[in-house]
Design a protein around this ligand. Structure first.
Ligand SMILES: Cc1ncc(COP(=O)(O)O)c(C=O)c1O
Length: 466
């Protein structure tokens, strides 16, 4: 209450109704008026004096001080608009994923939340929290993350993905998005060129833009990145880095073939740029074993590899990692130190436990089967319902299908029709940075059960068949 009284007096001073030198009412009188104890009013006045708004003169009373009063005799006016009005220079584009608002929703390729092993995660959390307590890790730690998980990630990358790392090559992050942000900051200086495919993952572009990079976009065709175009660009002015998603290109899902991989690596060596390889859903490859990443063959240490537990476990765990040369990992760690100080040791040790007890491996194996079946059902549905208006190639991996529309359609028409049918999806308009691009929809299938898939496809059919 005393603070509320003090604030009310400050407001009166700021509005100019109380001026420098004005006497505040007597404490007894004000206490009676406000029906509070005199002690409360005395404590409010003490606060005003302590903050410098008022001065107390023994036996005379309490007066508004002139400390905050300008030449006009008035205090700075109270205002409802923020005084600290900076220009917004963040260059943010629209969010890629909106909160679900439509009845039917295709996400951009997320796991089914209902199938996440919540009980096993809960057990791993409890055991990790105990272990963090025992090991005295409830304090500040290494910004690169806990050594246990860095070791486990390093072993996994070496054994399963053909990389050659130690824990010194690994920095843990809260999801691959933080990895992109920290890598961008660590890698580029203002006005460095960074290349992207003209259809790409917008938050990656944003992360590099925020770091001061100038993005350039190279064409992609049905086979992927136009490497001749990239070479020409390099001859004009070599970029600092290129961002790619070679396992399952975002958004088109196309996998980069071995000859293109070899040529991209050769160009990076020739023109001395870094390759930022975002392998966001590595595990889900259906036609054969997941392909080894570009980073599995990196004698020059030019590849920055980014991975995530979002698709194999859950996006809300916020667990990802960077694998790179130790000097870059050190810089990435410094960025994280500034942004977040460190990761969450309980989450990190829980993931170690899920890896070591085999829970993660069994879950991925089970989900592999479920998602492959969903991919096949969804492909059959799309072929049956939409063959007259759209086409697609069955993706070898990943959790979404890229549906190419046969007839041109504008962004506005698509938005209007999808609002009418109450269906949400990401289209090429959301992730295109070039002039002409094909019109396609990235349709995540993994989070939809059979029934949801049918009703969402029905809604999509209404959008595309008008
Ligand atoms: C291409 C790509 N990169 C990065 C991410 C970010 O994933 P997270 O930050 O959850 O690891 C996503 C999420 O869908 C993605 O599609």
């Amino acid at each position: 209450m005393s603070l509320r009284i003090a604030h009310a007096v400050i407001e009166e001073i700021q509005r100019g109704r109380l001026k420098a030198g004005d006497a505040l009412p007597g404490t007894r009188e004000l206490a009676e008026q406000l029906k509070v104890s005199r002690k409360t009013v005395i404590s409010a006045f003490d606060e005003l004096v302590a903050q410098g708004w008022a001065e107390s003169h023994p036996r005379r009373g309490t007066f508004v001080s002139d400390a905050f009063v300008g030449d006009d005799g008035l205090a700075a006016p109270a205002t409802d608009t923020p005084a600290f009005n900076l220009p917004d220079n963040s260059k943010l584009g629209p969010p890629l994923l909106w909160p679900p608002s439509a009845k039917h929703r295709f996400d951009d390729g997320l796991p089914d939340q209902r199938l996440i092993p919540a009980d096993e995660i809960a057990r791993a959390y409890a055991s990790a929290a105990r272990s963090v307590g025992r090991k005295r890790l409830f304090s500040y730690g290494d910004p690169r993350g806990s050594l246990e998980l860095r070791d486990a990630v390093s072993r996994m990358l070496n054994l399963e993905r053909g990389l050659s790392t130690t824990s010194e090559n690994i920095c843990l992050t809260r999801g691959s998005q933080m990895a992109l942000h920290a890598v961008a900051g660590a890698l580029v200086s203002t006005d460095d060129l960074v290349v992207f495919e003209e259809l790409t993952y917008p938050p990656a572009v944003e992360a590099f833009r925020m770091a001061g990079a100038k993005p350039l976009f190279v064409r992609i065709d049905k086979d992927g990145l136009d490497l001749d175009g990239l070479e020409q660009l390099c001859r004009r002015r070599p970029p600092r880095a290129i961002y790619v998603t070679p396992h399952h290109q975002f958004p088109t899902t196309v996998m980069m073939r071995p000859p293109a991989r070899l040529r991209l690596r050769a160009l990076a060596a020739q023109f001395d740029f870094a390759i930022v390889e975002d392998d966001y859903d590595h595990e889900f490859h259906f036609e054969h074993q997941p392909m080894f990443p570009l980073a599995s063959n990196d004698p020059g240490g030019q590849i920055v590899y980014i991975g995530s537990f979002s698709k194999v476990l859950s996006p809300s765990l916020r667990a990802g990692y960077v694998s790179a040369a130790p000097w870059l990992v050190e810089r990435v760690g410094r960025r994280i130190g500034c942004l977040d100080r460190q990761g969450d040791p309980v989450v990190e040790l829980a993931i170690v436990e899920l890896i070591e007890t085999g829970v993660l491996r069994r879950h991925v194996r089970r989900m592999h089967g479920v998602y492959q079946a969903r991919r096949d059902s969804f492909a059959a549905l799309l072929a049956e319902r939409l063959h007259a208006v759209a086409t697609f190639t069955l993706p070898a991996g990943g959790l979404s299908i890229w549906l190419r529309l046969l007839d041109p359609v504008t962004r506005e028409t698509l938005a209007l029709r999808s609002a009418e049918a109450s269906v949400q999806f990401i289209s090429s308009f959301d992730c295109a940075f070039g002039g002409d691009h094909e019109v396609g929809l990235r349709l995540g299938f993994a989070s939809l059960n059979e029934e949801e898939m049918v009703s969402a496809t029905d809604a999509l059919t209404k959008v595309l068949s008008v």
